[in-house]
Design a protein around this ligand. Structure first.
Ligand code: 13P
Length: 253
């Protein structure tokens, strides 16, 4: 099945509102003709308003980096689905490894956030991936399986087809160490087999992005693998020219 390539920039805790606006203005000019890819930028919450304005009328979609599961209430520091939607957000990253590592995110909280995002009609980008210690001790598949089975518990196949999964091996994030295309493809094929076990044929429609030191120089080979449907990009998404080159490479241009 042909799946539309999706390339998303995760800006993490970078870019003020004016810096974000400037990046998107430049990106709009750089991506002319590349709209066969789905292009997303995920700024920090405080830059979302400016970035939504800058992206208006362009093919660039805007995502958030987290979402709370409750509709409102006493949850200091959290942001609800409705707050995101009414700010012009369409996508939301859930369960990034930095949130799992530094902010106590678990498969159970991923599941709660995922349900809130789906109920609101947002497109979730759910991150999974093993640490170096887990890979070296031969636990990669077991870790991915539990992240998927627990993270996606109670989701039906129709909802699942909207979910984007991002495979981000933790040891490849921000380290310059990319998984080889073969290694990444093996993990993506395993993830798809887990998705098939849960959702049947809907798994064939689900996009699985690779993330972890993806650059213009390696994007083409990674995204040409049969189960790699795009990228979730950190560092290389912080410069409009570099991000646009990466998108071009991912599309094989
Ligand atoms: P880098 O591209 O900087 O390795 O970050 C990947 C990532 O964590 C995207 O979510």
């Amino acid at each position: 099945m042909a799946r539309r390539v999706i390339v998303a920039g995760n800006w993490k805790m970078n870019k003020t509102a004016s810096e974000g606006r400037e990046l998107v203005e430049k990106l709009k000019a750089e991506i002319a003709g590349l709209d066969d890819a789905e292009i997303v930028v995920c700024p920090p919450f405080t830059s979302i308003g400016a970035v939504v304005e800058a992206a208006a009328g362009s093919p660039i979609g805007v995502g958030a980096q987290n979402i709370h599961w409750a509709p409102n209430g006493a949850f200091t520091g959290e942001i609800s689905a409705d707050m995101l939607k009414t700010s012009g957000v369409t996508y939301v990253i859930i369960g990034h490894s930095e949130r799992r590592q530094y902010f106590g995110e678990t498969n159970a909280t991923v599941n709660s956030r995922l349900k809130a995002a789906l109920a609101a009609g947002l497109i979730p980008i759910v991150c999974v991936g093993e640490t170096l210690a887990e890979r070296e001790s031969g636990r990669t598949e077991a870790v991915l399986a539990s992240q998927i089975r627990e993270g996606f518990a109670g989701i039906d196949a129709k909802e699942a087809s909207r979910i984007v999964v991002a495979y981000e091996p933790v040891w490849a994030i921000g380290t310059g160490k990319t998984a080889t295309p073969d290694m990444a493809q093996a993990a993506h094929a395993f993830i798809r087999s887990e998705l098939r076990a849960l959702f049947g044929d809907a798994a064939d429609a689900m996009r699985i992005q690779y993330g972890g030191s993806m650059k213009p120089a390696n994007a083409r080979e990674l995204v040409s693998q049969p189960d790699i449907d795009g990228g979730l990009i950190g560092g290389a998404a912080l410069d409009a020219g570099t991000f646009a080159s990466l998108i071009r490479e991912a599309l094989g241009r």
